[in-house]
Write a protein of this length. Sequence first.
Length: 105
Amino acid sequence: NFIDLIRVKFYDGLSFTKLIPDYLIQSGDHIGNGTGFPGYFIPSECKENGFDNQLVFEEGIVCMARGAKFNTEGSQFFVLLTKDRYIEGDYTAFGKVIEGSALII
């Protein structure tokens, strides 16, 4: 899903709409108010939704953002700036920033 959205240039020109210093940055909302999505939802691939996702929620991990319920992911994603085991298993982790992650917030 993420790669398909990149291919159709969905993310081009978008900024990070949520910045929580020393915690996370979030993007993928083409509206800019936290409600934007690509017109469809995808399943939550996380432990609490029955999916065996074993990625550790550490600095640089990339996760799909979602609404209050599972299976409401679409285009929004966040990058953790610090380890957070509290939310591990509740969100779909699918990648990790390994280069170019020096952020000044």
